[in-house]
Design a protein around this ligand. Structure first.
Ligand code: ATP
Length: 313
């Protein structure tokens, strides 16, 4: 059970002069979960992460990381948190191995531990064969994976990733997401990801928060977010079946909860006040209809995202 709160944010606020970058943020992150802080550019995601890391001071409020005050106990927080910024800075004229060795030394690890971790981590992030190549010659995807190896050198309990998939090609995105999943599911680390690439990130998040103009508009698992946002609106289902005959409307009308049925361009559009997909599939298949396509509209993260943004932009 993921019920142990590891990051606790209370009324966290950051102002730059009159401008509020983060407004009264309240959020808990549970141990072992992958949490996605999703929002457009300028929403205040990076500012939030920097406050969690003690790299910028809040104007108001508190962030507690594993029980430590992120502003006052920065060293303790640094010890348990690995941070991958959106632009990773490596020494380009040093090799991947040399960069990791340097990080190990900065973290005060002994020689044996450093060398053992370098080999294990290079293998883990699939860079073993290029470990002795200069980082300047690495692709963005390779640099990002080296960034993961870099933060794993100190075996952090919590990993904070700022736009980890930005600028990666599809293969690079997949490798990165697989790696992040592994860090969560295999290692049981807590992962906080900030991103504006919701399609990519939502796949691996246990919960997400929608962040717009410094405000957290909604948080929770993606499925329940949909319920929260659209609770007052009917559900819309789009179906294609064969054969599309006169009898089908009558059959669908017999299903409890359906409030409207329309046939538009060969598609049946159904509105209901409750979930009817299970009953619908049952009735149609019992009556020998072939379902070619079935989609519930208006409950995707995309819909949530555009809904929130449309009202707030
Ligand atoms: P991005 O992905 O573009 O970085 P973000 O959600 O991470 O977006 P932040 O970088 O946190 O957003 O920025 C939030 C807002 O605060 C932006 O409008 C930005 O211009 C402003 N801001 C950030 N840092 C400063 C600063 N040092 N001084 C003044 N304004 C700042």
């Amino acid at each position: 059970m993921k019920d142990n709160i590891i990051i606790k944010i209370r009324e966290l606020t950051k102002k730059y002069g009159d401008f509020t970058a983060v407004n009264n943020l309240n959020l808990e992150i549970y141990e072992g979960e992958v949490f996605g802080l999703l929002g457009p550019n300028g929403a205040g995601k990076t500012t939030t992460l920097l406050m969690l890391l003690g790299l910028t001071e809040p104007t108001k409020g508190v962030a507690e990381v594993n029980g430590y005050d992120a502003t006052k106990e920065t060293l303790q927080v640094k010890r348990i948190v690995g941070y991958l910024p959106d632009h990773v800075g490596f020494y380009e004229d040093m090799t991947g191995r040399e960069n990791l060795r340097f990080i190990g030394q900065l973290n005060g690890l002994d020689h044996y531990t450093i060398e053992e971790r370098i080999e294990r981590l290079l293998e883990r992030v699939k860079l073993l064969d290029v470990g002795d190549k200069k980082v300047g010659a690495y692709s963005r995807g390779m640099k990002q994976r080296l960034g993961i190896a870099d933060i794993l050198m100190k075996e952090p309990k919590i990993i904070i990733l700022d736009e980890p998939t930005l600028g990666l090609d599809p293969e690079g995105v997949k490798e990165m997401l697989d790696l992040i999943m592994e860090l969560s599911k295999k290692d049981n680390r807590t992962i906080l990801i900030s991103s504006h690439l919701l399609h990519q990130i939502q796949k691996i998040c246990d919960r997400v928060g929608i962040f717009v103009k410094g405000n957290l508009l909604a948080k929770g698992p993606i499925e329940t977010l949909g319920e929260k946002v659209f609770s007052d609106e009917p559900l819309t289902l789009e179906i294609e079946i064969l054969p599309l005959d006169d009898r089908v409307k009558k059959l669908l009308n017999s299903i409890n909860g359906i409030t409207d049925i329309k046939i538009i361009e060969g598609k049946i559009i159904i509105q209901s006040h409750e979930e009817v997909r299970k009953d619908l599939v049952k009735v149609l298949s019992q009556n020998d209809y072939e379902i070619r396509y079935l989609k519930q509209r208006g409950r995707e993260l995309d819909d949530i995202y555009s809904r929130y943004f449309a009202g707030k932009e």
